[in-house]
Write a protein that binds this ligand. Sequence first.
Ligand SMILES: CC(C)(COP(=O)(O)OP(=O)(O)OC[C@H]1O[C@@H](n2cnc3c(N)ncnc32)[C@H](O)[C@@H]1OP(=O)(O)O)[C@@H](O)C(=O)NCCC(=O)NCCS
Length: 340
Amino acid sequence: MEIRPYEPAHLDDAAGVLATAHERRAAELPTLPGAFSAAEQTRVVIGAFAGRPSCTGYSAFRDGRLIGFLLATRHLPAPAHPSSAYVMPRSTWTPTQAWAIGDDCDPRAVFEALYSAVASEAVSAGYLNHQIEVNVEDPAESWLLDLGYTRSSVYAALPVAGALPAEDRAGAVGQTEIRRARAGDEEFVVAVGELEARHHQTSPVFRPDLSKDYREAALDSAADLVNADDRMAFLAFTRGDFVGGILSNAMGGGRPLLRPAASLYIGSTAVSPAHRGCGIGQALVRALLLAARSEGFEHAVLNYAPANASGRRFWQKMGFEPLMTVFQRRVDPRIAWGAS
Ligand SMILES: CC(C)(COP(=O)(O)OP(=O)(O)OC[C@H]1O[C@@H](n2cnc3c(N)ncnc32)[C@H](O)[C@@H]1OP(=O)(O)O)[C@@H](O)C(=O)NCCC(=O)NCCS
């Protein structure tokens, strides 16, 4: 096997390998978009990813034939920016369109050789956090665990046309009004994100809540959310007091191989601690999914931290099926001492 830096001349062969791999993944997970079983489609998304300014990667060859590739972009968010709680500063990112291994080889050996080449360069440049995305039940899950990765988040989906959660569990939400957010509700919309972030900061999740200095930006995006057609939020009020909400937007294009047809992405979802377990979360999900259905969405997608037991169990209860896992590895920073 020969490992060479990825170059645009590899695109056609890489597209063929990814299309075959995706066809296999989509046979097991029918919610995945079927279009990427065709090399003309995978060619477009690999080309777009490889063309990102910070993207580097490697291809594996045997007897002159490409048998695998792995690309990664590099990310340097400001250390206190809220997004850096998800994509840590000095991270590499490899979504599912950025790697694939052919069928007729030892896939684990090829994957390890490719990752080793990409990681060697990344670590030398100080990128010590590595993120790779893998569909559920893919054999690569166990390879990544052996390489020191952990599961940092799970993406799950639900067909909107299917059965919806029941409206009201035994009348428990009778005192609660659920309604769509509108202009003037921006503070409540921000409060949903804050409630969720505060929960994720606690044990055992320990995701730092970095939102404090970015409240103005959160209010701006809340204003977009209540006004735009492709976004919606629902809020819950018990006897007039705000008690929780759910935020959503049309799913973006960063993960094309994950994105089911006509997908609504559910962002922050939270109920205030004193009102949890009364059916309000379920009523919010139902209201959002009914609206999504009438606006032509076919799927709802979301992600949760597996370490967040309340979110994990809640979304499973709501019928969401895991599709993809984000694996994250933090290389021991003392590697730099050893090298010096
Ligand atoms: C997750 C959350 C929004 C659920 O809202 P909620 O109002 O407490 O949930 P509901 O009372 O509507 O529960 C709906 C169903 O989910 C189940 N469920 C909810 N939380 C659960 C938990 N922690 N463990 C097990 N099951 C849970 C309920 O038992 C219920 O099922 P049942 O009718 O069979 O009993 C709420 O607990 C919360 O705000 N958590 C902190 C923030 C968070 O984790 N958000 C999700 C981020 S991914």
